[in-house]
Design a protein around this ligand. Structure first.
Ligand code: ZN
Length: 417
């Protein structure tokens, strides 16, 4: 079977045919070069109006990289025509296999982007002997197509979250759709400011905002204000993930203060390396860590008190009725205010001042699954870690949309991988 026959089966273009196929030296390696030429009497398509127009002239020959065969690079070779359109002028014709000035064919870009979903971009570039930048451009092409063609209908639940990027120097604001049937990254914007979230709502559109039923978010005041203004019909919920994160920050604050104190001469320092033991939920501890936790619990340390206060608060989430949950929260806050653990007292005050939004969790009546925002946040962090080699926020945003956006892919006739 000839390669041309296979190509005609997997990648056939209307108005173009495959010509000669040769084995040539391209960029220092042997490659298969497939000639592509216009079908006889078929005119080129003007890129502006999409209509067939007479040929003005031909451009120099160009190579377009295609999916490799048996580890051998494959290129399409064509001298694109320039169409002479009365309305739009002289322009380079539409080539169905490529886009603009890009040297890679669309199919090859989809191929690379599929691998880049499974491997890191660096590994993908190494395996297919291409550059990191080519992998980035391939993923970007697929992501941009997906963002343009995705549907934003029927979105009722969203979660607003943030990600610390580049060693905590910067933030990305992330907005997820958290509906039962569809969980995905909807939007990302650099920084964590009022402006950022306003930008999301503006791009999302007033029509879609009106359909929102629940918005989960952190209790950051500027966010709460924007949500109230832009999604007035939605129930704003301070979700479990974001609240428990505040507890962890408080525990860590207590612990750090105590470690500093214990470093003073004459004190036995048992808290060093204890950070993970007290930040973890009990069920996630290893056997060795459980022993260590038991030792820690025998002491009178504030860190331990803080830890126990958090464990005590976990019961809050088991309530069904908002009234009972409220009563529990009030009792917990009362107990905590009588303690001497200052960061925990701050938490108690914070819970009290955001009571209504927190109780909205119970008013949503179990419609929201507790782990969704947390799960997406973990995946986002994993993408960031795997993405080793990201040079800018833009790279990271493209990677996040790629892995978490659940985006529709450009259609191709053959599935390569
Ligand atoms: Zn035209």
């Amino acid at each position: 079977m000839l390669i041309k026959t296979i190509l005609n089966k997997i990648e056939k273009f209307k108005s173009f045919v495959y010509g000669k196929i040769t084995f040539e030296q391209i960029g220092g390696t042997k490659a298969l070069v497939v000639e592509v030429k216009p079908r006889q009497n078929a005119k080129g398509i003007c890129p502006k109006c999409g209509q067939r127009k007479p040929t003005y002239d031909r451009q120099p020959v160009r190579l377009f990289e295609y999916v490799p065969l048996w580890g051998i690079p494959v290129y399409f070779r064509d001298a694109p025509r320039r169409t002479d359109c009365r309305r739009d002028g002289v322009l380079v014709e539409v080539m169905p296999w490529a886009e603009g000035k890009e040297q890679m064919t669309k199919t090859y870009m989809i191929f690379l982007s599929r691998w880049a979903k499974r491997l890191s971009w660096k590994e993908t570039a190494e395996i297919f002997r291409t550059s990191w930048d080519s992998v980035f451009r391939a993923v970007k092409y697929v992501v941009e197509h997906g963002l343009k063609h995705r549907s934003l209908d029927n979105i009722e639940q969203i979660g607003v979250d943030e990600l610390q990027v580049f060693h905590g120097q910067k933030y990305l604001t992330l907005v997820y759709q958290i509906d039962k049937g569809m969980r995905r990254l909807l939007w990302s914007g650099s920084e964590r400011r009022v402006k950022t979230l306003i930008r999301f709502f503006r791009e999302f559109g007033a029509e879609h905002c009106r359909r929102l039923k629940f918005v989960c978010s952190d209790m950051w005041a500027p966010y709460l204000k924007v949500i109230k203004k832009k999604a007035p019909l939605a129930l704003n919920i301070l979700d479990r993930f974001h609240i428990m994160k505040k507890f962890n920050e408080a525990i860590d604050e207590v612990r750090r203060e105590e470690v500093r104190h214990l470093r003073e001469p004459g004190q036995e320092n048992i808290l060093i390396n204890g950070r993970w033991v007290i930040l973890k939920r009990t069920e996630n501890l290893t056997d060795k860590q459980v022993v260590r936790l038991k030792e820690l619990l025998k002491t009178q340390l504030l860190s331990i008190k803080a830890y126990l206060m958090r464990e005590d608060f976990q019961r809050f989430w088991t309530y069904r009725m908002p009234d009972w949950a409220e009563k529990f929260m009030e009792d917990w806050a009362h107990r905590t205010m009588q303690s001497n653990v200052v960061p925990m007292k701050k938490i108690a005050k914070m819970l009290r001042s955001h009571k209504e939004l927190i109780l909205n969790w119970f008013r949503a009546g179990g419609e929201l699954s507790s782990g969704v925002v947390e799960g997406l946040n973990n995946k986002a962090k994993l993408t960031m870690r795997k993405a080793f080699g990201f040079r800018s926020i833009e790279h990271l945003q493209i990677a996040l949309y790629h892995t978490l956006g659940n985006l529709p892919e450009p259609k191709i006739t053959h599935r390569f991988c």
